[in-house]
Write a new protein. Structure first.
Length: 403
């Protein structure tokens, strides 16, 4: 069932609450999102009670929402929320409750904390304590960065992207709809998203990075790396990038070009690098575009998704060696952080994003995730500060969104 609604006299917060209530009450999987620079809020609800998994041939999938963890899966499958029910609303139009379809339930009050308390997979307290110890520890992360630099100086790695976590208690009277609404307003250039798969995970985020996108005959990807705080009245013009940050972003661009070479694709457009803003952070970005019809490559989306994930921007280079290093030394399970997610085959478009600037809910707590690109010129203290800034992107909405 696919519907598009333009309505009046119903607040965005109430619409979000209605979507969330409908999803949680169904007992199944659901997702909602707004793409960068878009005014359209989209919602899918799967009628299947259980967990749905699919292969990675994007072009053959039905309309829905795909989620894949950081780790490659042996069966080459991802979680999938089928668009059994789909609804989009225009956030710039006035909304009216009466115009929502009957399958959308609009409650007056929702106790989100009770819904989110056991939103994720069941874990024992010992597992949670170990994850907090390894992922949240400042000393552990600084030592990991030092170890990363040492491996780069030895020539074993060219770049590596260690990550960390930050755990927060879910505040009393936490208002999830208010948090998502604030993110929509604060991050117009990001992929703001929320998804829930029972007994698998409940996550929300605001990712700035497209992994792959196909729209009609065109394919798009980007290299995004380098991070600094946006400062001053005109941060895009006053920014100054260091050689370390420029080289870090160039490595990601070269990785994408190398993937094109692997499949003998020579006809592509490259634009950048340029400075872009995502929330209160600045990044360097290059964009790559391919005409799939002209190059006779209709399955380029699926092929590049397999080649790119996990990208050098979230793992490192060489990819295999960087991945093995992180798995041996990082000390926690990334789960869906630095994996990918997004809508598939909706309105002739598939938009897959790297799952960055994200948080997961479990056992009355929220886990924030952040990584930092390490090269031989990295300073461990500065890399820690970068992860703190990235955690703040989502963390501030958790702490301030009180009913």
């Amino acid at each position: 069932m696919i519907e598009t609604v333009t309505t009046t006299s119903f607040s965005v917060a109430e619409a979000l609450a209605a979507f969330l209530h409908t999803g949680f009450q169904s007992g199944g999987s659901f997702a909602l999102w707004r793409k960068p620079k878009s005014s359209k809020l989209e919602f899918v609800l799967d009628e299947l009670d259980g967990v749905r998994k699919v292969g990675m041939n994007l072009e053959e999938l039905p309309a829905g929402f795909i989620i894949h963890p950081f780790e490659d899966q042996e069966n080459k499958q991802a979680y999938f929320i089928n668009a059994s029910n789909y609804l989009s609303i225009d956030l710039t139009s006035d909304l009216k409750e009466a115009d929502l379809p009957q399958w959308i339930q609009a409650p007056k009050n929702i106790e989100y904390k009770s819904l989110l308390k056991k939103a994720g997979p069941e874990q024992n307290s010992e597992d949670i304590s170990q994850k907090i110890h390894d992922g949240d520890s400042r000393e552990h992360f600084l030592a990991l960065v030092e170890q990363s630099i040492s491996e780069i100086e030895k020539g074993n790695l060219e770049k590596v992207v260690p990550a960390r976590t930050k755990h927060l208690d879910l505040p009393e009277e936490f208002d999830l709809a208010k948090a998502i609404k604030s993110m929509l307003e604060s991050y117009p250039n990001s992929f703001v998203n929320f998804f829930h798969i029972p007994q698998v995970g409940t996550w929300m985020g605001a990712s700035p990075e497209v992994l792959i996108e196909t729209q009609g005959d065109y394919f798009h990807t980007m290299s995004l790396a380098g991070t600094q705080a946006a400062k001053g009245d005109n941060p895009l013009k006053s920014v100054a990038w260091t050689q370390k940050e420029i080289e870090e972003q160039a490595l990601v661009s070269r990785y994408i070009v190398d993937c094109f070479k692997k499949i003998r694709l020579r006809e592509y457009e490259e634009h950048g690098p340029k400075t872009v803003m995502a929330g209160n952070l600045l990044h360097l970005r290059s964009d790559f575009k391919v005409n799939m019809k002209a190059t006779n490559f209709p399955q380029l989306g699926s092929v590049m998704l397999d080649l790119l994930h996990p990208t050098s921007a979230v793992c490192g280079m060489p990819r295999k060696e960087a991945h093995e290093f992180l798995k041996a030394n990082e000390g926690f399970d990334r789960s869906f952080f630095a994996g990918f997610l997004g809508p598939v085959n909706i309105d002739n478009t598939t938009s897959i994003y790297v799952n960055l600037r994200t948080a997961s809910f479990q056992e009355g707590k929220v886990t924030l995730y952040a990584g930092a690109g390490v090269t031989e010129d990295s300073d461990p203290e500065k890399e820690w500060e970068e992860t703190e800034m990235k955690c703040e992107i989502i963390g501030k909405f958790i702490q301030k969104s009180i009913a």
